[in-house]
Design a protein. Structure first.
Length: 300
């Protein structure tokens, strides 16, 4: 844990590096324009509350300032989590900060789309609208002209299935390690996953195939973000939605990709800033069950 002086220093450093509420990171960068009809980018609070707000922000930027993940990865996580939670005013601010540190509009678009796989397409549509507001406020596009992102053509069936197979193999889905001979991941106690295929109903088989083709194929298989970043986004979104069974699977995928348990823990901590401490504890309990199976944690 940081001392109070370290916490204050992290607060100043991270806010400066992210260019919080400014269009750019230079001291003279212009202030970000407020959302149309939303709260100001820099809220004005009554004086008795300001000290409490500052204390909460010290906690927020202490986490941002930890060395276990770089600001770029923390920014992807934050944008994805705020998308899943529907926190539009905060999303507006952190899409702006993502641009400030060099994340491109295309990467932001991919982050929102990927988060939408797990939080629902309406969440993606809402977040895309917020991102569009930021692009307009920064002068990246004229009002009403859409995002400055070159659209990618949809995959056909064969391309989607090939991408799905490639991604599933790269993630080692459902196995502790990569390759067809790697041991199977044991599900969480009481979990229905992995479902016994012989007992699946016909429509379950069909829907499982559709969601896998779209999620792992169409979205995970897109070129706009690397698999590591997509893994962090997925774990974080599933955490804030308390989707423990799916979180269990994707923590395992992250380890199979070579993401360290420490980095997984930092991602869970970063997401916990915006969803609360109980969500952080819940997610760490799920992750620990995976760590035990990988031999990187000991049981009681």
């Amino acid at each position: 844990m940081m001392t109070q002086a370290q916490r204050e220093a992290a607060y100043e450093r991270v806010r400066r590096e992210l260019g919080i509420d400014r269009v750019g990171t230079a001291p003279e960068a212009p202030v970000l324009r407020s959302r149309q009809g939303g709260v100001p980018a820099r809220p004005a609070y009554a004086l008795p509350v300001e000290a409490e707000i500052h204390g909460a922000q010290l906690y927020e930027y202490e986490i941002w300032g930890r060395p276990g993940l770089d600001l770029r990865t923390r920014s992807f996580i934050t944008v994805a989590v705020l998308t899943a939670l529907g926190r539009e005013d905060q999303l507006y601010r952190y899409v702006n900060s993502a641009l400030n540190i060099g994340i491109t509009p295309e990467e932001i678009h991919e982050t929102l789309l990927h988060a939408g796989v797990y939080s629902g397409l309406p969440a993606w549509e809402n977040a895309a609208g917020v991102a569009g507001e930021v692009f307009v406020a920064r002068g990246l596009v004229p009002a009403g002209s859409g995002a400055p992102v070159e659209p990618k053509p949809a995959m056909d069936h064969e391309e989607r299935r090939a991408a799905r197979n490639r991604v599933v193999a790269a993630l080692g889905v459902g196995r502790i390690g990569l390759g067809p001979d790697a041991p199977l991941l044991e599900p969480l106690p009481g979990s229905p996953f992995p479902a016994a295929k012989p007992g699946r109903l016909a429509f379950e088989q069909e829907l499982a195939g559709i969601t896998a083709d779209y999620g792992y194929g169409e979205v995970w298989g897109r070129p706009g973000l690397d698999l590591r970043t997509r893994s962090f986004i997925t774990v974080s979104v599933l955490q804030v939605q308390y989707q423990n069974d799916q979180l269990h699977i994707h923590v395992n995928n992250a380890l199979n990709l070579g993401i360290t348990p420490e980095a997984v823990g930092e991602a869970i901590t970063q997401a916990g800033i915006y969803d609360g401490g109980s969500g952080w504890h819940n997610a760490m309990n799920v992750a620990r069950h995976v760590f035990l199976q990988h031999g990187i944690a000991e049981g009681d």
